[in-house]
Ligand binder design. Structure first.
Ligand SMILES: Nc1ncnc2c1ncn2[C@@H]1O[C@H](COP(=O)(O)OP(=O)(O)OP(=O)(O)O)[C@@H](O)[C@H]1O
Ligand SMILES: [Mg+2]
Length: 370
């Protein structure tokens, strides 16, 4: 654990990025996909070629390929600021490129138009899928489990169960829908070297899964620095496709940022980088229809007079970009999760436990509602 005293979350300036022109919002994910469009996989792939955009030649295409951007969807997900930084394109050019990509995606039915009736948004939200956490209490708190197309943040002190939740989710996502999964794989971005395949094997066996098969469906990437972590997330698109992943874990979000950006003077840069990273995660969740789960540490908040004097690190940038935030705390042998700042979940609490099955319901306790 790092010294929290350098985390000046309260005083951080909020950096507003100018990437909104190419930004992808919640309303962008069209329901139609390759199967509905009546096109073959090859025809779809050709439509997604960057070079099919007007005015984009081989030089630009190569520069984009060099930084891991292979399709029009990748262009849209990465966004203009990221593309400008990675390729040394002028910002104007990157913005234009992203706008063209977006128009093309609307044209071929991959994205919805900018303005849509609320009924369409409602219908689309009915398509959101959920992954069971392993505890029915916790699932109930999440109204069915961890959602696709959203970023769910679990934060809490050491040993509160963040990494255990991530491990259990990596297995549960593989289960069929009727058992709480999405019949998909998982991608685990491990920044703290706490990914433990042996623990996964044990949990898999306890849950009646084949441990070898289960491990083969989890792709792990160790992030050595914050910029490496950003690079990995920037390249997620291809890996998600090739591994049929429905879940992306980032455990933990802030570890590297906290150790690399020490002191007040570096805070603005850190928040700027973090903001970009968070937007990339959100866009990935939305456009790839995956659940993104990340963990976060807490720091003490001496200015809090009431309640638990801890808060998640990362400041407003993280608080505003996570779709759902759950605060975990220890309670004897059990753990208590509380939903914070959700657009539609009530502020309930749920009791769960950590055992040989990973995350589980406590033997004796029932969900405690506030
Ligand atoms: N094999 C196991 N059987 C039962 N409980 C276990 C087992 N392995 C770990 N745990 C429980 O999980 C806890 C550790 O939780 P976890 O690693 O998820 O913490 P964390 O919130 O990720 O903490 P940190 O902030 O340090 O990353 C242990 O204290 C223990 O209670
Ligand atoms: Mg952990």
């Amino acid at each position: 654990m790092l010294d929290d005293s350098v985390d000046l979350e309260n005083e951080e300036p909020e950096i507003e990025e100018n990437i909104e022109s190419g930004e992808i919002s919640d309303s962008d994910i069209a329901e139609s996909d390759s199967e509905d469009s009546g096109l073959s996989a090859e025809e779809n792939a050709a439509l997604m070629e960057i070079s099919s955009l007007p005015g984009v030649g081989p030089v630009t295409t190569k520069k984009l390929h060099d930084v891991g951007i292979y399709t029009i969807l990748d262009v849209a997900v990465r966004g203009p600021t990221d593309i400008a930084d990675a390729t040394s394109f002028e910002t104007d050019k990157a913005v234009e490129l992203c706008n063209k990509a977006r128009l093309k995606l609307v044209e071929i039915g991959k994205f919805d138009k900018d303005f849509v009736p609320a009924t369409e948004i409602y219908d689309r939200r009915q398509q959101i899928e959920r992954i069971s956490t392993g505890s029915s209490n916790l699932d109930e708190l999440l109204i069915g489990g961890v959602e696709t197309q959203a970023v769910t943040e679990f934060y809490g002190e050491y040993g509160s169960g963040k990494t255990q939740i991530c491990h259990t989710l990596c297995l549960n996502v593989q289960l069929p829908v009727e058992q709480g999964g999405l019949s998909g794989g998982a991608i685990y971005i491990d920044t703290e070297n706490t990914f433990r395949p042996e623990r996964l094997r044990d949990i898999a066996v306890e849950r009646g899964m084949d441990p070898d098969d289960a491990l083969s469906k989890i792709i792990v990437a160790k992030a050595f620095t914050s910029s490496h972590q950003e690079l990995l997330v920037g390249e997620l698109g291809k890996v998600i496709e090739s591994s049929n992943a429905r879940l992306v874990i980032v455990d933990s979000l802030m570890g590297h940022y906290r150790s690399e950006f020490l002191g007040r003077g570096t805070l603005a840069t850190r928040q700027h980088r973090l903001n970009r990273f968070m937007h990339l995660l959100t866009r990935t969740a939305e456009t790839r229809n995956v659940a993104v789960v990340m963990t976060n540490q807490v720091m003490s908040a001496p200015d809090a007079f009431f309640g638990d004097p801890t808060r998640a690190v990362g400041g407003h940038v993280v608080a505003h970009t996570s779709t759902y935030r759950l605060y975990l705390r220890k309670s004897g042998k059990n753990r208590i999760a509380k939903m914070k700042d959700s657009p539609y979940h009530p502020e309930h609490e749920a009791v769960f436990t950590l055992n040989e099955r990973g995350v589980d319901d406590p033997a004796d306790a029932k969900s405690k509602k506030k």
